[in-house]
Design a protein around this ligand. Sequence first.
Ligand code: NDP
Length: 337
Amino acid sequence: NRRIVLAARPQGAPAAADFRLEQAPMPVPGDGQVLLRTLYLSLDPYMRQLMDEVPPAYAPRVELGSHMVGGTVNRVVASRHPDFKAGDLVLGNAGWQDYALSDGSDLRQLGEMAQPSLALGGLGMPAFTAYVGLLDIGQPKPGDTVVVAAATGAVGAIVGQIAKLKGARVIGIAGGADKVAFAREQLGFDVALDRHDPQLAQKLAEAAPDGIDVYFENVGGAVFDAVLPLLNIGARVPVIGVIAQYNHNGALQGPDRLPAVMSAILQKRIRMQGLVILDHYETRFDDFARDMAAWVVDGKVKLFEDVLDGLHQAPQGLIGLLQGSNFGKVVVRVATS
Ligand code: NDP
């Protein structure tokens, strides 16, 4: 039973030496437990925050020497739980390891799926985040201008496609020429801009001559600076992630933007609201699952995955995700059956 543990707390961007691949004893299920084999592991930006001494408010930190946590698709190998039997395919939280135990409370039956990894991406948490953040907080109307960064990523690609379905004009911001072309050609965004372009602020202003009605905040940093002056009166800003800050160990960079942000919120009557997706499963997941399945079947939303092969790839996968080297939702294929 291989597992990858946190070997050291990263200083800035995580490095390979912050992780360690170990062999652990094979877990044995007790009464009421199931033994899970990990098939797919999701890699997500929040994992970087759990590596810090001081974790975010919504989840505990990973302890040094403990396995990295994460959402997984699992096969039940053995069960001493009445609701699960060997062979069931489930959504779980087994983390970065081959095998894990669960008491069943965190598991969801998936049934048989042609592409089970989608339960971690386009039919799961990141797409659900896009759905709730955009529709419940962003509330795009036909003709609105919607801006999203990390636009070809797990969340951003879905935000843009749903915004298009709702009749909005969508501007995506992504890292590099390939992603910019992809956002336009594959995802159908009206405009796509490169976040590395030194003229980003100017180009965004040109691309949004009528201002911005919805800014889906995925990244923070320089993109936020470019967006802020363009927000319209009554703009909505769902605050979902600030990945530009995750590698800074809590120390914030750059000039103090607070006075400008507060003035803009007041004068433009901006509605800015944070979202932690864990809060919304009970009330909104069924709506999401129904709508998304229909959109995918009808070809209205396309799903893209970046699949890494083998558990040993997980550290580099997370390091790359935080730098922008991923193309679509990042999953690690840990085992095939
Ligand atoms: P992605 O698949 O979009 O991958 C992360 C992307 O972030 C990278 O590919 C890169 O894209 C971009 N990025 C990295 N560094 C920067 C930077 N300094 N400035 C701008 N962009 C950067 O990840 P997800 O879709 O899974 O997550 C997107 C955001 O949503 C994250 O902030 C994440 O924490 C948040 N999130 C929040 C949830 C919640 O409940 N609040 C739930 C799920 C996700 P590129 O190079 O193309 O710019």
